[in-house]
Write a protein that binds this ligand. Sequence first.
Ligand SMILES: *Cc1c(COP(=O)(O)O)cnc(C)c1O
Length: 445
Amino acid sequence: METKILLDESRLPGRWYNVVPDLPAPPPPPLHPATREPVGPDDLAPLFPAELIAQEASTDRHVDIPEEVREVYRLWRPTPLIRARRLERALDTPARIYVKYEGVSPVGSHKPNTAVPQAYYNARAGVRRLTTETGAGQWGSALAFACAQFGLDLDVWMVRASYDQKPYRRSMMELYGARVHASPSTATASGSGILAEHPDSPGSLGIAISEAVEVAAASDDTRYALGSVLNHVLLHQTVIGEEALEQLALVDETPDVIVGCTGGGSNFAGLFFPFLREKLAGRMDPVIRAVEPAACPTFTRGRYAYDFGDTAGFTPLLKMHTLGHEFVPDPIHAGGLRYHGMAPLLSHMYELGLFDAVAKPQRECFEAGVLFARTEGIVPAPEPTHALAAAVEEARNATSEKVILTALCGHGHLDMAAYDRYLSGEMRDLDLSVDRIEASLSRLP
Ligand SMILES: *Cc1c(COP(=O)(O)O)cnc(C)c1O
């Protein structure tokens, strides 16, 4: 009767899994905004090192994980798979709930799975400094930790709403040696432009990305790193699913349902891609479901169209589910899910019908988060409470045995202000009007 299913360090995955060659159709390429032609490696060279550009377009089924990266991964990987028996008992369900817990990483989330290789490939290419954005502060913390491992400087643009709500995430980034700017900032032309129009802007990931890209593009020894959305990020995150696949096999289980929360889609993709490989090969048949916030419903209410990844329009055009690059989501507490777009690879797969999606309002999610904390003890970050709410719903509706798998992609130790608001009854569900979405989508490029 295992509660915690552990893998020995020797079982740490040796390669990442690339889902692209296993898909029935290739994803549409990113386009150059001026020429509308597919972008080539040269277009991306000011932003990313060659190895990551190659991974972005790779059609190899597997990519070997460099030993230097595996050495850092070993600080916390393999991560535990937890059978949530106490939650099952509280729900009085015949379902069995398995939770892949990524909160055991040094910074408390899945983000170092890609931060470490990104810092490594940049350092190996002779880059001196990275720039990035951060929403809830998880990605900034992860990259700050990774840059400290490989001797890189780091500048982080942190979304203003989170900068004010989460001062300890900022402290953590500074502790690892990064410089942190509240975004929009006066340090960039794109940030200054927004502030001139909206002095009280709460910021958004789209704005923060513009600032970080602007600074990286202007400097020879500086490159940019993105914490989600891109193919190479999703690739790196597949260590989550590869481990979970082995762990479930150890207890002779196959999942019937896989749920994950989606901001840009990286923890969800990392969890389910290896299981989808098995599904496409006819070895299992799980239902796969993305869970997004009702206040930023990219899959369920966005449009599948070419759009910019950032607010200012510096990035290539990406074919993705989008609410429009100028869309500023309301400041919900799951800051990591406040992104106007979705990973292009996941968007393509959603169109192919390889998984479905639901949107959940934040109070239902926090209710599930509190129930999880009171039963299993772990305080979830606000983002994965979306996945937990969907898992709880599945378990409550189960009338017979069923195996539910989800990723608890981060702990919520630095999110107590959000839990305070929920527990005091002050938290509101935020309505998003059709008009606001339509207005934003009318400005697609
Ligand atoms: C960043 C983050 C997310 C959202 O990003 P994805 O790429 O969708 O995974 C979700 N949860 C946590 C804990 C995060 O740090």
